[in-house]
Design a protein around this ligand. Structure first.
Ligand code: TXA
Ligand code: MG
Length: 335
């Protein structure tokens, strides 16, 4: 049985937090909100709990986890030798959606890092997450709280849909504010390299530490094992439209309707009079897309769509992170 506790996101009840923290300390699994997506947490120092976490998600064991901490002093219990660049980034962006790949402390459960000598660390900007880690008095390893391969969860209901019955507890703090996962920056290489784009953009990182590289797909495969696996995918086939006029978008949707129900996610108005056609309209900014995209993919899955057509956005700023997720979800990209 999975218990769900509803919390006030601005002022989470300490008693409920303490219950969740004791589940973590006892080697259990607790899903909790962060500012990006919901995470599925377990004690990062407890090998047995971490193995249980991999099983609950159905996650391949070669895909390492992010360790979540609640204060700067906690970094030293999971990582060694933070560089001056690392210190500047921590000072500027924590708590927040930036994960740093650092040299791993041997006390961290080995399977957290999937055998790598490094460990990914972040301090989330969410009161419930910070209170939970603080009360558990241990770093919490937490991948996104979806079943492996599914879109990341942005609400407690999404977590329940994927992991209900497989985990002990869900802390429900409402919908997450950013909606896509953190930026992952590898600080064990020179220059540092972005392994996964997110809300902290390349430009923002360059402003603080100078040169930063962006992993090409080959590098990424080698350095970030997670990106080898299929990701962020609903059950329906996703068609990503890179550039399209309203007429061409409508045509693409109409063609897919021959094969079954079709969903459209985008900021352009597409009106097709067909009870098998579902539209989720999203604001055209990268922030709007980030917040809405995973929930929209899940919703269209629940409606039984066979195909989901998604209108792309500009790659500027946070748009790069949104388009990265959309490309991974897509089985076809229409230029
Ligand atoms: O926003 C987020 O980062 C969310 C919330 C819950 O914090 N978490 C999240 O975790 O997205 P997950 O497990 O879904 O993604 C972790 C990513 C994977 O791409 C993984 O390969 C990479 O981080 N990663 C973890 N440890 C790594 C390491 N030591 N070296 C390179 N990449 C690592
Ligand atoms: Mg994930």
């Amino acid at each position: 049985m999975t218990q769900v506790i509803l919390l006030d996101a601005a002022l989470p009840q300490q008693q409920a937090i303490d219950v969740a923290a004791s589940v973590i300390r006892d080697g259990g699994l607790v899903a909790f909100p962060t500012e990006t997506v919901y995470g599925l947490g377990a004690d990062a120092m407890d090998e047995k709990a971490i193995r249980k976490l991999f099983r609950a998600k159905g996650r391949p064991p070669d895909n390492p986890l992010i360790v979540h901490i609640s204060g700067r002093d906690m970094v030293d219990s999971v990582a060694t030798g933070v560089s001056s660049q690392g210190e500047r980034l921590i000072e500027r962006f924590w708590p927040g959606p930036l994960t740093l790949v650092l040299n791993r402390q041997p006390e961290v459960a080995a399977s957290v890092s999937a055998g790598l000598p490094s460990v990914a660390v972040r301090m989330p900007a969410n009161k419930i997450a910070l209170a939970l880690i603080g009360s558990a008095r241990t770093p919490i390893a937490a991948p996104s709280a979806n079943a492996s391969g599914r879109p990341s969860p942005t609400t407690a209901a999404d977590v329940l849909e994927d992991l209900g019955g497989r985990i002990d507890l869900i802390l429900d703090g409402g919908a997450t504010s950013i909606g896509i996962e953190s930026t992952v920056l590898d600080l064990t290489t020179e220059p540092p390299m972005i392994l996964r784009p997110g809300a902290i953009t390349l430009e923002m990182l360059i402003e603080i530490i100078g040169r930063v590289d962006q992993a090409t797909s080959g590098e990424e495969l080698r350095r970030s094992p997670g990106t080898r696996h299929r990701h962020y995918s609903p059950r329906a086939r996703v068609f990503l439209i890179d550039h399209g006029s309203p007429e061409s978008i409508e045509l693409i949707c109409r063609e897919r309707l021959d094969e079954g129900a079709v969903g459209f996610i985008g900021h352009t108005r597409v009106a097709i009079d067909d009870d098998q056609f579902f539209v989720i309209e999203v604001g055209s900014s990268a922030d709007d897309y980030a917040r809405a995209i995973y929930g929209a993919l899940r919703e269209l899955d629940r409606k039984g769509t066979r195909a989901i057509v998604v209108e792309g956005i500009s790659e500027d700023g946070k748009g790069a992170a949104v388009m990265d997720r959309l490309r991974r979800a897509a089985s076809e990209i229409i230029e």
